[in-house]
Ligand binder design. Sequence first.
Ligand code: FRU
Length: 468
Amino acid sequence: VFAQEKHRPQLHFTPPSMWMNDPNGMFYADGTYHLYYQYHPESTVWGPMHWGHARSKDLMHWEHQPIALYPDSLGLIFSGSAVIDHQNTSGLGSKGIAPVVAIYTSHNMAWEKAGRIDRENQSIAYSLDGGQTFSKFAGNPVIKNPGIADFRDPNVTWFAPGKKWIMVLATQDRETFYSSPDLKNWTKESEFGAKLGAHGGVWECPDLFPMQVDGKTKWVLIVNLNPGAANGGSGAQYFVGDFDGHQFIPQDEETRWVDYGRDNYAGVTFHETGDKRIFMGWMSNWDYATVVPTATWRSANTLPRDLKLHNLNGKYVLASTPIAAVSNYITGTQTIKSNKVVKSASALQRLSGKLPVQDFSITLSNNKGEQVIIGYEAASNRYFVDRDAAGDHSFSAKFAGKAYAPRLAKTDTIDFTLITDVASAEFFADGGLSALTTIYFPSETLNNFKITTAKGLPFTLENLKPSM
Ligand code: FRU
C-alpha cells in the first residue's frame, strides 16, 4: 500500500508514516537485524522523539515493529546505540538471558525552554526479549551533563583488550570518550577533535569501531556534522587511527567524508556483525528535511552499505558499497550499448559499468524533461551529481544544485554502480572510494537513461523489485 504513494522509496527503509530522522541502536542477533530510529509518531515534522523499530532478515526487507522507547520524565529519547551485554556486566540480565542495552540521550525539553545548559544526559534501557520491549534503568541518567549544551548521541562498544565498555559521545565541537565496567558507571577517558576535522557546525552521532586491514587493526571514528558538510548542511566525516581504550590517535589531519552527497546524515554502523561493518544513514539533510514534499511520512534511510578500509598511498580510507543482498531483488537485465536514451521498466534500477578515466555523464530523466545528472569531470578530477532540474525544489532554496566528490582512486579505469529508487540516487565509484547520495522529487519517475561517454559502452542496467 505504501508503494503507491508519491515519492515513497520501495527499496529503502521508510517509516510507516510520520517523521523519521537518525538511525539508532542498530544491531544483529539470531538471524535478525534491528533498526531503531528517531521517530515522531504524531507528525511529519520533528517533535518529541521516540525510538521507532523495525526488523529485517536481509537488511533490505523490513518489518515495522511497535515503538521501542517513549519519552519519559527525563526527556525525549534522542539518538544512541544498543549493545548485547553478553557477560551481563550490567546485572540487568535475568535467568541466563543477556540483556540488550540501549544507551541514548535524554533530552529535557522543559529545561531547554528554561535555558538550562544541562538539558542533555545519557540514559540506558534494557530488553530481555531481544530488543522488542525495553525497561528504563531506574538509576538514569548514567552520565550527567557537565555543563555542555550539545552533549549527546552515545555510541558504545565492548573493548575486549581492556575488558570494558567504551562510549564515544558527541560533545559540541569534539568527541569525548568514556569507559565503564558495567554500562552504568562511566569514567571520562579523553577528548578528540577540537582542532581537527570540519567544524562548520555541531558534532553529532559518532561511531567508533575497529577494522582489519593489511593484517592490522585500525579504528574508524565517524563524526557526523551539522551544518558544515562537504557540499553544505549535514554530513558524515570520519577519521582513521589507533585506539588503545583511552585515546584515539588519528593517522593524519585530513578531513574525509563517508559520502559527499547532500543526503547521507547521522550514519552509523550495525553492532554484533563480526568482521563485517554495515553502515546506514538517514537519507536527508537538516537544510530541508522538514519541508521535503512527501505527504504522509518524511525521510528514508540509505541502502545498507559494506564498509572496507583501503590503503591509498599509505593512508587508510573508507570505501562503501551497497550490500550484496541488493542483487536478490533483480528482476531483469538489459545492456546499454549506445549513447541513446534507454527506457527502464521500473523506477528501481541498478546501473553499472567500467570506463576509461574521461568525462562522462549519466542523465536520468522523465518525459517532462526533469532530470538528475551524475558524472565525472576529468579536468577537476571530481564526480558530481546535479539535481538542479530534478523536479520540485520550491520548498527550499538550499535544495537545488550540484554536489561534488573528489576521485581518490589512481587507477586508469573507473568502475561505478548507481542505484535509483523513485526519489533517490546512490552513486559509488572506484569500488566505493567515492560516494554521492542524493534525493529528488520529480513529478513522474525518472526512468530514462542516457549515457554520454566517448568510450566505455556497454553498461548494464538491472531492474529491481521492491523490498519494502
Ligand atoms: C542528529 C540529531 C542528533 C539528536 C537527534 C534528535 O540529526 O540532531 O544529534 O540526537 O538528531 O532527533
